[in-house]
Design a binder for this molecule. Structure first.
Ligand code: G3I
Length: 353
């Protein structure tokens, strides 16, 4: 007859094996079971906050620097790169078994003065961008598995956004549509052929003029062998505009991109509110669950990331005065209904293929 102690030891060994390492929280585990990588944006300046790091390192399997890899941060002067903030985040991720998504190499915001006021000729600007892309990607090669190479290059009506990179004296392809995006992808691929390269944007979640334009570009790139591996759908949601009905074409949109053989990531999910009332929080929880369900049910949707995880540090109040409450934990690190809604959805809609 085995002793009770031996039985308890056996049970605890089995349950330890089944539940995996102690560092995996419920959300992370549920997503792993769905073959989805659950990620979040993070900031190096908060790594001294123990509540922050405890949740970040246990509940998420992927980290994306919220700002630390942007041009202005990482390349503040023409001949000086500063990887300190980004390196701290990449080290944190490695220590917690997390993957890292890089964000972002070509964007019209967070461009340093030396670039925006540099009065460069197209050839000089082009050389500077090539150097930037190459240096940053090579620095993180093997540690960053995917990059948002170009971010937010389209207007909502599907035309190209007027930016430093697109316009004269841009990188020399003004008037040539998506040609500068293609060039950036080619440079990125040369710098790290193993990295997955993404185009990332907001407002193109459903079927609309913007997603039509992104789709046309992606189809063209795939047909011509331009190194584009996936599309990032940011998903910054305002419940006043993005009703579940308005988002109902999200699944249809994902499917057309999936048909091109692309990998799909939801990259910056947050759902901002005008108040923190129980009704608003419940509506938000349902929306988080709906988005998770949409991703889980699409085989090409491999990553679901939130744009931060605690309301304590969200970008929302600074950009949308009066709005807040967008994330899964409140400012005191209490789990919100959105956390439980997302968890239930991940558990209920597992991929079974
Ligand atoms: O860190 C400095 C601080 O030292 C300084 O005192 C302070 C003064 O304003 O600025 C701080 O930097 C701010 C930074 O956020 C960190 O808080 C920048 O001014 C501010 O512009 C920056 O905003 C970021 C914004 O992108 C612009 O880069 C937000 O945190 C970040 O959440 C937001 O993220 C973008 C994605 O990259 C692309 N998609 C949309 C998304 C939301 O706008």
């Amino acid at each position: 007859m085995p002793s009770i102690v031996a039985i308890l030891l056996l049970v605890s060994l089995i349950s330890c094996h089944v539940s995996g390492p102690r560092t995996q929280g419920p959300l992370r585990k549920a997503a792993v079971a769905d073959h989805i990588t659950l990620g979040t944006a993070a900031s190096a300046q908060h790594l001294g906050d123990q509540n922050y790091t405890r949740i970040l390192g246990s509940e998420f399997a992927e980290l994306e620097p919220e700002n630390e890899m942007k041009f202005g941060r990482v390349h503040p002067q023409r001949d000086r790169y500063d990887f300190r903030g980004a390196d701290a985040l990449v080290s944190f991720a490695a220590a917690h078994g997390m993957a890292v998504r890089g964000h972002t190499l070509v964007w019209h915001q967070q461009v340093p003065q030396w670039v925006s006021a540099g009065n460069f000729s197209p050839a000089e600007l082009s050389a500077s961008l090539e150097d930037h892309i190459t240096t940053v990607i090579e620095h993180f090669a093997g540690r960053v598995y995917a990059w948002d190479v170009v971010n937010e290059a389209f207007n909502d009506d599907g035309t190209m956004r007027s930016t430093l990179w697109y316009d004269q004296p841009g990188i020399g392809y003004a008037g040539m549509g998506t040609r500068y995006i293609e060039q950036a992808l080619v440079w990125a691929h040369a710098a790290d052929p193993n990295a997955k390269l993404f185009y990332n944007d907001y407002g193109g979640e459903g079927m609309n003029r913007k997603s039509d334009a992104i789709y046309a570009m992606a189809r063209d790139f795939r047909q011509r062998g331009v190194p584009l591996d996936g599309i990032g759908f940011q998903a910054h949601v305002d419940l006043a505009y993005h009703t579940p009905e308005a988002m109902s074409s999200f699944a249809e949109n994902l499917q057309r991109f999936a048909s091109l053989g692309l990998e799909l990531h939801i990259t910056e999910l947050d759902i901002r509110l005008r108040d923190g009332s129980p009704d608003s929080l419940a509506a938000q929880a349902k929306f988080y669950a709906d988005i998770a369900k949409t991703c889980v049910q699409q085989p090409a949707c491999k990553v679901l990331q939130t744009w931060g995880f605690t309301d304590k540090y969200s970008w929302i109040p600074r950009y949308y005065p009066g709005m807040d409450w967008a994330l899964l934990w409140d400012a005191e690190y209490r789990k919100k209904p959105a956390y439980f809604g997302l968890l239930r959805a991940l558990r209920a809609h597992g991929k079974h293929f």
